[in-house]
Design a protein around this ligand. Structure first.
Ligand SMILES: [Zn+2]
Length: 69
């Protein structure tokens, strides 16, 4: 289960590089926080998966980048 908090899209810089969507070449992303539930954490067998992650959703095609926080 992923929860999105809506914000205005903008350019995202990661490690001094501009984030660009690999699908549609868009550079506008909406930053969200996603909470992965316990079921997902067990499924992937990852401790951090039960925590919050930073996500950047492409404002055009909705492709999602995930960053572990
Ligand atoms: Zn896109």
């Amino acid at each position: 289960m992923v929860r999105y908090s809506k914000r205005k899209p903008g350019i995202v810089m990661i490690k001094n590089k501009k984030l660009v969507c690999p699908v549609c070449d868009n550079d506008q992303f909406i930053e969200t926080k996603a909470q992965m539930n316990t079921a997902a954490a067990s499924f992937f067998d990852l401790d951090w998966a039960n925590k919050e992650a930073r996500c950047f959703v492409c404002s055009d095609c909705t492709y999602v980048y995930w960053f572990r926080s």
